[in-house]
Ligand binder design. Structure first.
Ligand code: PLP
Length: 405
């Protein structure tokens, strides 16, 4: 099927707007993607038609909202190929998913002197929750490094894993280097030694297909807002055998089956981990973005984005004094770079004045910056709706800014 870019762009009304009188070129998709009309309409429909709090009431509105909410759990189950719906937990986002596992897995399985391995290329949200847990449990954090191309040094994992290693936390795709990590190999190596693996899929699910059964993933987390859905919604997939053993992360309504002052009995999965009223609007609208991903096909999106990545990379490489960070063999649509003699903030600010939205700074990945001995970079990241014409506008604007300096 041909990739109908004009049709796809027509789903995103915001792409027609101008910024400082210039057409918007949105290249900050790794931070958050724009929302299609399908998502906006699903929110509107819910609130105009049938909104009610879910699970607890017996009236029509609550029932209809509950059915739609739970239907989205089924859609997530499908996109991940999760063996069951009970293994799909709704959270606020990837960050909350990591915190949930770090806390709850830590409480159940981590003892003093145990080890947690994180990779050197992680987003802060896949480092700090593990550090907090390690501090609480007197555990040890070890680091799996990457080479200058931005590829994990997988051979080092064999030395790093010891009988005290309990969990490895690694990104599916790096939000700075764009590296698509060999998570299947990581999981295989870990499982040979009975170590659990947490995959941060914040940059994964919207760019590449994921099959948690094929991967034999223990945990996989992602955020809806980076996959054309609303913000404030995330997913944690976890194997039932682990989730059943883990204590609740938060207490409150919905996560209980019975409460007395003497003792509380917890609800079954997934509700044990969904305390309080969830983001009903967000989850229901997220269903519409999942439908869109399915309609277009993740593999088609991946191929389109790869074309954009290659095009942008070759354009950038022609620019003198420009350094790209991360040139792994398997790379997703993210390019982080610096231009010699020009601060990334200045570049980003002037590009913005030309209507081009990029990202500047450390991208919540200080350890990646430390690896290269830099303070930050400028980063572009593409989505399903970007075009080569937009890449041309970006490259032209960048050259203009460089000439200006
Ligand atoms: N992990 C990675 C690789 C990310 O890129 C991000 C966000 O940029 C996160 C985790 C955190 O996601 P969220 O802020 O949606 O919780």
């Amino acid at each position: 099927m041909a990739y109908d870019i004009q049709k796809i762009r027509s789903y995103f009304p915001i792409l027609k707007r101008k910024v400082y009188t210039k057409p918007l070129v949105y290249l900050d998709n790794a931070a958050s993607t724009q929302k299609p009309i399908q998502v906006l309409k699903a929110e509107e429909r819910l609130h105009n038609d049938y909104y009610g709090n879910i699970h607890r009431a017996g009236h029509y509105m609550a029932d209809k909202s509950t059915i739609d909410f739970e239907e989205v759990r089924g859609k997530v189950q499908q996109i991940l190929n999760s063996p069951s719906r009970e293994e799909v937990i709704f959270t606020k986002g990837t960050t909350e998913s990591v915190n949930l596992v770090a806390y709850s897995f830590g409480e159940r399985y981590i003892e003093e002197g145990d080890e947690i391995i994180v990779s050197e290329m992680e987003h802060h949200s896949n480092i700090v929750p593990w550090q907090l847990m390690a501090e609480r449990k007197k555990a040890i954090i070890k680091v799996l490094p990457f080479n200058d191309n931005g590829e994990l040094q997988l051979q080092k994992l064999d030395e790093l894993i010891t009988p005290r290693t309990k969990i490895i936390a690694v990104a599916h795709v790096s939000n700075v280097l764009g590296t698509v990590n060999p998570i299947r190999e990581v999981i295989e190596k870990a499982h040979e030694k009975n170590v659990v693996v947490f995959i941060d899929g914040a940059q994964g699910i919207q760019h590449t297909s994921v099959d948690v059964q094929e991967l034999d993933a223990d945990f996989y987390a992602f955020s809806a807002h980076k996959a054309y859905g609303p913000n404030g919604v995330g997913v944690l997939y976890g194997k039932k055998s682990l989730l059943e053993e883990m204590p609740p992360y938060q207490g409150g309504g919905e996560m209980i089956s019975e409460v007395t002052f003497e003792k509380t009995l917890f609800n079954e999965l997934p509700y044990k981990f969904e305390a309080g009223t969830p983001n009903i609007t967000g989850v229901i609208a997220f269903g519409a973005s999942l439908d869109l991903l399915k309609e277009i096909g993740i593999e088609n999106i991946a191929a389109w984005e790869k074309g954009l990545l290659d095009y942008a990379t070759s354009g950038l490489k022609e620019i003198e004094g420009l350094t790209i960070y991360g040139e792994s063999r398997n790379k997703s649509g993210v390019v982080a770079f610096n231009v010699e003699g020009i601060h990334f903030y200045d570049l980003g600010m002037l590009l913005d004045k030309m209507g081009i939205a990029t990202r500047t700074g450390h991208h919540c990945a200080d350890t990646v910056m430390q690896h290269y001995g830099i303070q930050g970079t400028l980063r572009i990241s593409v989505g399903m709706y970007n075009t080569k014409e937009e890449i041309d506008l970006f490259i032209e604007a960048l050259k203009k800014v460089i000439r200006f300096f």
